[in-house]
Design a protein around this ligand. Sequence first.
Ligand code: T3D
Length: 264
Amino acid sequence: MMNPEATLLTATHGPVRLLTLNRPAALNSFTAQMNVELRAALEDAAADAAVRALVITGAGRGFCAGQDLNDPALGSGANLDVGGVVEKLYKPLALRIRSMPVAVIAAVNGVAAGAGANFALGCDFVIAARSASFIQAFSKIGLVPDCGGTWLLPRLVGRARALGLTMAGDKLPAEEAQRIGLIWQCVDDAALMDTALALANKLAAMPTRALAETRRAIDEASRLDYADALSMEAERQHALGHAHDAREGIAAFVEKRAPKFTDR
Ligand code: T3D
C-alpha cells in the first residue's frame, strides 16, 4: 500500500524505475526525510537487477526547489548547520547518482532551483519541459553552489557562463538551457514524460554495464592528461571486452541479428 506521507513515489515500467519527488506544496524542496527516502530508493534500484534505467521527476508544478529552507533539520540561528547538511545529505546523494549502475534521466517538469538544479544536472540526461527553468539560487541567500554545482557547471557550459549563472542567480528557461548545452533536451510540456520514458526504454535495451562505465570513463578522463586518458580507455576496453555484452554485441552484428544484452 502506498504511504500517503511518503516524500517519494516509486513506480516500475518494465525495466525502467520511475522516482517522483513528492512534496508539491513546497515545490519538492528537499527535507532530510526526502533526501533519505530518495537515497534509499536509489540503493534499491541499484540492487535490483531487473532495473536497467532510471527516471526522476517531480510531482506538481515544480521539479525541486533545492533545500527546504523551513526544514527543522537545517537548524536555525547559531545552530544553522548548512555545511553539515551538505556533507551528511547532499554529498552522498550526488555521489550515489553519479555511481548508479544504470543510466539516470532527470525529467525536469518545472522549476529546478539550488541543490534541486544541480541534483538534476548531475544525472546522465536532463530532459526539461519547455515551461521549466533552472536557478542557481545559492548566491541570493549567501551561499555557494553545492550538490556538485561547482564541478558540473564549468564543465557543462564553461567558466564564463558558470559564473554568470551562479553569481547573478537568474532564472534560466529550459530552451536557453538546451541552447547553451546545460541540458540534453527541451521538449513541449505534454511530451516530457513520454520522451523521458522512451529514452529510458531505449537505454534499458542497451548494454547497461557499458553505459555506466562510459559515464565513469568520461568523468575520470576530465581529471587526466591525454596519454593517461588513452591508457584508462584501454584498461576499460580490456575489462569490457571480456564481458558478455561486448561478445554478444559483436556476435549479433556479425550474425545480423538483434543483440540481447544482460550485463549490469
Ligand atoms: O543546509 C542547506 O541549506 C543545504 C544547502 C542546500 C542548497 C540549496 O538548495 S540552497 C537553495 C535553496 N532554494 C532556494 O533558495 C529557492 C527558494 N525558492 C524560490 O526562490 C522560489 O520558490 C522559486 C523561484 C523556486 C519558485 O518561485 P514561485 O514563485 O514559482 O513559487 P513560490 O510561490 O515561491 O513557492 C511555492 C511554495 O513553495 C511556497 O509555499 P507557500 O507560500 O505556497 O506555502 C514557497 O514557500 C515554497 N517553497 C519554494 N521553495 C522552497 C519552498 N519552501 C521551502 N524551501 C524552499 N526552498
